[in-house]
Ligand binder design. Structure first.
Ligand SMILES: Nc1ncnc2c1ncn2[C@@H]1O[C@H](COP(=O)(O)OP(=O)(O)OP(=O)(O)O)[C@@H](O)[C@H]1O
Length: 264
């Protein structure tokens, strides 16, 4: 049986007249941790928006689990794909627990109440992320990093086979960053979930991702197994910066060291 989860066929996308994604064709497989890396503004968030069906390609197709992504009813898709967005804000006074419970909304019938199973998922997600003690705090009063952890917990509570992270740990300290990536990696390894994560930190991407998509100017420039594509040449090609990539022979994680240039 094919393990292809996303089949992306020659997609392009424009905002008004501005072409943002083009000539993207690739297959993504179930049970892998994918990293998307690339310069600011190259189209990473837009690409995730297309993968989750929030936007429609102008050309080409995205087939998800055998069906065109834009043909899925929204509710069904919310059972299959969860997203940790780059930014999440709410004008309303919600507690942390209420934010995490939002991850269960696709499962709660209209005018219905959360089931015991829904509450189990909410509690487990808060425990996993370590925010159970903050469950009754107002979301708007949290620090940026605390908010981000609540939003990650919301996505874990949604319990979907596919998770998209858009810089999900950008404002987290190293302890919480590793905690979330370790949980994510475990979901990939033990439950065959698929994670597609936009990551700016190349060492983090090298440490956790099975495969990397290097994006530049709306195209996938390089795509493949992390050990193959995370190279000085590709980093220079996509980011225009010089770096040494070491550790390829040792069999452990790759290490990326940047050349900082002259300080004046
Ligand atoms: N809603 C929008 N309307 C018009 N242009 C947009 C919109 N959203 C994004 N863009 C433009 O599309 C391009 C790609 O944006 P996108 O957010 O996908 O990039 P990104 O790679 O995720 O960037 P970053 O690393 O800074 O988050 C940018 O030039 C951006 O200005």
């Amino acid at each position: 049986m094919s393990s292809t989860i996303f089949s992306i066929e020659d997609i392009s996308f424009s905002y008004n007249d501005s072409l943002v994604l083009h000539d993207i064709s690739l297959s993504l497989e179930k049970g892998k941790f994918y990293g998307i890396v690339g310069p600011n503004g190259c189209g990473k968030t837009t690409f995730l928006d297309l993968l989750i069906g929030n936007r429609k390609p102008d050309q080409g197709e995205i087939v998800f689990m055998g069906r065109k992504i834009n043909d899925y009813p929204r509710k069904q898709l919310a059972h299959l794909i969860g997203l940790v967005p780059q930014e999440f804000s709410t004008g309303f006074e919600y507690t942390v627990e209420e934010i995490v419970l939002m991850g269960r909304h696709p499962y709660i019938p209209r005018f219905g109440s959360p089931s015991a199973e829904d509450w189990d998922h909410v509690k487990n997600a808060m425990e996993t992320i370590g925010i159970l003690d903050a469950r009754n705090r107002q979301f708007t009063e949290l620090s940026g990093g605390q908010k981000q952890r609540a939003v990650v917990a919301r996505a874990f509570a949604q319990n979907t086979p596919v998770l998209l992270f858009d810089e999900a740990t950008a404002s987290l300290d190293i302890q919480y960053t590793l905690q979330i990536f370790n949980v994510a990696k475990k979901l990939v390894k033990t439950e065959k979930r698929t994670i597609i994560a936009v990551i700016h930190d190349l060492n983090l991407a090298a440490g956790y991702c099975d495969e990397i998509l290097f994006m530049r100017e709306g195209r996938i420039q390089h795509f493949g197994a992390t050990r193959q594509v995370m190279s000085s040449e590709n980093i220079l090609d996509v980011f225009g910066v010089h770096a040494n990539v070491s550790g390829r022979q040792q069999g452990g994680n790759l290490q990326i060291n940047f050349h900082y240039g002259e300080l004046s």
